[in-house]
Design a protein around this ligand. Structure first.
Ligand code: KG4
Ligand code: ZN
Length: 354
């Protein structure tokens, strides 16, 4: 059985053909980095227009790579939440058109949960139950995942997401967009102990929330006087030390909170996905923490951390559960409105932000 998964939640247009044993037969991603770079961030209207141009060629590319025709498909799946409204609409319209024209079942995917499910690909055993940490441009969230269909939010960010902080700090340091890879590269030459940046809620184990806005502001105030006002270029050494110190603060918080979530749930497995999980410092620190604390660790393959349609393999879980959608399926840009998911708010939380 073959599934076509479509992903257009933000600025990547992606499609993948995935077999029901999770073998990936074809996968295509058209990145919009070049379009958004000069704005140092994603411009929603440009993103949705680019999706319109690219969606058909990207689907074609995934199908031809898989060596299959539309008529060989058994199911169409699409990420309809969360994301940019215009971008989500393009993928959803494409998926509905295909499902209607081909008479195929339509499955909805939650993009954030799919980031976690990327950890399942290539794993012979189920990764569930686990604690899930999603760190991306839009989300920094911890979930209790009892099984592939049950994701309960333990805590999210109360302000910026981790990836957002990387992108904003990169702009402050004069580094290109997207900021994550640029900061990671700059940080390699820097000393992470140069600046003592804040680590929010680090010593509050019961608080499974994140805050990166203060850290971003601390970087802003650590810049030499006049740099921002005069748009002056920073010394290479200063950029490296600021990048390394900032990255270390993010790593410390993410790893500590993930360990706290394991303790709180009693689960022995941690799964990590999302664009920021591509970061080598985060990966290696998580690996050391797993050895030290004795938990199982699955981090999404590096190429499956940033947005892609392969992680839409999650749709097979919903397909097997019979969770199909009508053609009036809508987008949900802001929240994981998924009546089928037993999402429950942790009473210790003050927010449901993902
Ligand atoms: O998951 P993703 O592709 O899109 C969202 O769902 O948001 O994540 C994109 C984010 C961007 O903020 C980008 O700067 C960050 O992931 N990112 C990284 C790295 N690669 C991408 N952050 C830190 N280190 C990286 N190597
Ligand atoms: Zn994403």
């Amino acid at each position: 059985m073959l599934l076509l998964a479509i992903e257009t939640t933000c600025d990547e247009t992606a499609a993948a053909v995935i077999r029901d044993d999770l073998a990936v037969l074809g996968a295509a991603v058209a990145s919009q980095e070049a379009i958004h770079r000069r704005f140092q961030g994603v411009v929603p209207e440009l993103a949705s227009r680019a999706h319109v141009d690219r969606i058909v060629p990207v689907v074609d590319q995934a199908l031809s790579q898989a060596g299959v025709a539309l008529t060989d498909l058994n199911c169409v799946a699409v990420a309809n939440t969360p994301g940019l409204a215009g971008s989500l609409l393009v993928g959803l319209s494409a998926a509905k058109s295909l499902a209607l024209a081909l008479g195929l079942p339509l499955v909805a995917i939650n993009h954030v949960f799919a980031h976690l499910y990327a950890c399942q690909l290539g794993e012979p055993e189920s990764i569930f139950p686990c604690v899930g940490l999603v760190v991306s441009g839009g989300h920094s969230s911890l979930f209790r995942c009892d099984d592939a269909l049950t994701f309960e939010l333990l805590g999210g960010t109360i302000d910026d997401a981790a990836g957002e902080a990387f992108d904003k700090v990169a702009t402050l340091l004069g580094l290109p967009y997207p900021g994550g890879p640029a900061i990671e590269a700059a940080a390699r030459a820097g000393n992470p102990s140069t600046y003592a940046f804040p680590r929010s809620f680090l010593h509050e184990p019961a608080r499974l929330e994140f805050s990166f806005s203060g850290l971003k502001t601390a970087v802003r105030y650590a810049l030499p006087a006049g740099v921002v006002e005069k748009r002056a270029t920073l010394e290479h050494r200063t950029v490296a030390d600021l990048a390394a110190s900032f990255q270390q603060a993010v790593v410390d918080v993410l790893v500590a909170k993930a360990v706290h979530a394991l303790t709180a749930t009693g689960y022995q497995t941690l799964c990590v996905g999302g664009g920021v999980a591509a970061n080598a410092a985060i990966r290696s620190t998580l690996e050391s923490a797993a050895r030290r604390h004795g938990f199982q660790l699955h981090i999404a393959r590096r190429d499956l951390c940033t947005d892609n349609a392969v992680m839409g393999a999650l749709a097979w879980e919903r397909f097997r559960a019979g969770w199909f959608e009508e053609l009036d399926l809508d987008i949900h840009p802001g929240l994981m409105r998924d009546p089928k998911v037993r999402a429950r708010q942790n009473p210790q939380n003050h927010t449901t932000t993902l």
